[in-house]
Design a protein around this ligand. Sequence first.
Ligand SMILES: *[C@@H]1O[C@H](CO)[C@@H](O)[C@H](O)[C@H]1NC(C)=O
Ligand SMILES: *[C@@H]1O[C@H](CO)[C@@H](O)[C@H](O)[C@H]1NC(C)=O
Ligand SMILES: *[C@@H]1O[C@H](CO)[C@@H](O)[C@H](O)[C@H]1NC(C)=O
Ligand SMILES: *[C@@H]1O[C@H](CO)[C@@H](O)[C@H](O)[C@H]1NC(C)=O
Length: 300
Amino acid sequence: MSHHSDLAVVVLAFTVGWCLCAADVGDFAPCLQVFYKSWPPKGLSGTPICQHYYNQYRFATLYSRPRRSPWFSAYLYSVPQGKRPSASWKFEPQLAYPRADGNMIPFPPGPLDQNVVDSQAVELDYINSTYSRGHLNPSLHHQSHEDRSATFTLTNVVPQKAGSNDGPWEDLEQAVNKTLGAYCLGDSYIVTGIIPYLKDERWIKNHRVAVPEYMWSAYCCPNYNSSLPEELKGLFPTYAAVGRNDRNSTEEIVPVSQTAKKRFRGYDVRQMPLETLEMYLKDRFNTVVSVFYEKCSGSD
Ligand SMILES: *[C@@H]1O[C@H](CO)[C@@H](O)[C@H](O)[C@H]1NC(C)=O
Ligand SMILES: *[C@@H]1O[C@H](CO)[C@@H](O)[C@H](O)[C@H]1NC(C)=O
Ligand SMILES: *[C@@H]1O[C@H](CO)[C@@H](O)[C@H](O)[C@H]1NC(C)=O
Ligand SMILES: *[C@@H]1O[C@H](CO)[C@@H](O)[C@H](O)[C@H]1NC(C)=O
């Protein structure tokens, strides 16, 4: 190895190391509080983003640069208040410029910097595609206006069929809100992610943004009200779900109900124990994926 390439490695290491601290890309350390026991899910790799808005950490995302969409977002649930904020979509300057300040910023009205376009999904990717912008961390699960607004970053979004987004997946988000809002007594940790196609990945806009075959979600509420109504028994401290994002998928993971409204048919969500979700994740990712520390079995 030449002296020159040694030097290059040192310079690169220094630059990257320095930039991580400045821009909150590449490390979950500053936002570990959004994970149960400060333990990010294991088994998936990507670019960690501590989602930063108005100078506060709001949630965390494991982003895939090649897919220009997230593997998962993780957040603390809080009982929502007020109306859904108007959608002001934002991007992450630090994905394009490592030294940028870590706050997400709204897309400007005019043409975009090419480095931003190259580094992440932009609004044009979704406009006139056959996919809606599916939040992983939904604004519905947050109390403060800033926490809700912060979910409108395209790094928290995947291409989701409207029949899922406005139908069964939204019903799941509502059901989780009601369950946690009423019976979780302490913190609720939620992780929501995607399952890619096994082969033949789908993309929107000329190979720019990868489409997931399924979405999944799991919560962990270690401290809950043990006087649960009959229908919620078994849903604490942890439960999970997988939703279809493609009507044509086979039915091994999530069966299709023939009685759903036509618009929503084929976009079913199946609720399931965390262990079952992790089994499907292991199958598809070909590695053990652990969503919560000790499967959320801890005593606090
Ligand atoms: C989206 O499609 C509409 C109707 O075909 C068209 O008028 C509009 O210019 C398109 N927008 C973009 C950004 O491509
Ligand atoms: C969310 O859950 C809370 C607590 O259970 C409930 O009061 C509220 O109506 C729910 N919000 C929505 C939008 O469903
Ligand atoms: C637990 O739930 C029961 C109803 O199922 C309710 O009466 C009680 O107040 C709740 N306890 C707490 C601590 O919220
Ligand atoms: C599902 O299959 C139908 C018929 O083969 C096809 O027209 C449609 O594009 C497929 N949908 C997706 C999301 O691949």
